[in-house]
Design a protein around this ligand. Structure first.
Ligand SMILES: [Zn+2]
Length: 230
């Protein structure tokens, strides 16, 4: 953590100061950051330009995105591990190989993303895409859990960086309890299993998917979000 380029999460990262450098562990994490920090108008960002510098140990990735709804542009600045290869994204959809919690997406936002990927599974037709979506859901839940200290039953205050996140957790505290997250993860196939299924030409794949669909979620725990919780 002795990286002077990073000053810790902003008090309200939904509006980071212009030029703020966001430390990430992977390009995948950048992508999630853009997803949860939509434009002020509510539209999603689409990156359309990028530049890379290496001022020191880390790789700095400037991503200029345009809002799909209002057309506004914004440049996000990310600091990636020095060994990151931008033209060869990690094949295994790895978000953050370390145990350190994210500095780009807070605990409630990871849960939002997990919900998004779980809901999406039912709409996807391609088995590969469904496994990828489940893999992303699993990864997001794991990232949320990294914020929980050994004695934390729910996300500690430092894990929630905005009023919106704090409100969500206060309103649906049960859904953010450690036990709820761990139960979800226990119902999903392991990351290794999902990665195998994500590999092309996977013969066991359909079998695994059926089993996954059965075991995946007994209860549609994420549905509470649909009830106008934003
Ligand atoms: Zn917009």
């Amino acid at each position: 953590m002795a990286d002077s380029s990073h000053a810790g999460p902003h008090p309200d990262p939904s509006e980071p100061p212009a030029g703020g450098l966001v430390r990430v562990h992977s390009v995948q994490e950048e992508y999630f950051h853009l997803m949860v920090r939509a434009c002020a108008c509510g539209g999603p960002w689409f990156s359309h330009e990028q530049a890379v510098e290496r001022p020191g140990e880390r790789l700095v990735h400037h991503v200029t995105a345009r809002c799909a709804k209002c057309g506004k542009e914004r440049t996000f600045h990310f600091a990636l591990p020095g060994e990151t290869k931008l033209d060869h994204p990690a094949p295994i959809r790895e978000i953050n190989p370390t145990n350190d919690p994210s500095e780009a997406v807070d605990a409630a936002e990871w849960m939002d993303l997990a919900r998004f990927y779980l809901e999406r599974i039912e709409r996807l037709k391609s088995p590969t895409e469904r496994v990828q979506s489940l893999l992303d859901a699993r990864g997001c839940l794991e990232e949320a859990l990294k914020f929980y200290g050994p004695g934390d039953d729910g996300p500690p205050p430092g894990a929630l960086w905005s009023d919106a996140s704090r409100r969500k957790v206060a309103r649906h505290a049960d859904a953010y309890r450690r036990e709820a997250l761990e139960t979800m993860l226990a119902k999903m196939p392991t990351t290794e299993r999902l990665r195998q299924a994500d590999a092309p030409d996977q013969r066991e794949f359909r079998k695994a998917l059926k089993e996954t669909a059965r075991r995946r979620v007994g209860r549609r725990w994420w549905e509470f979000w649909k009830r106008g919780s934003n």
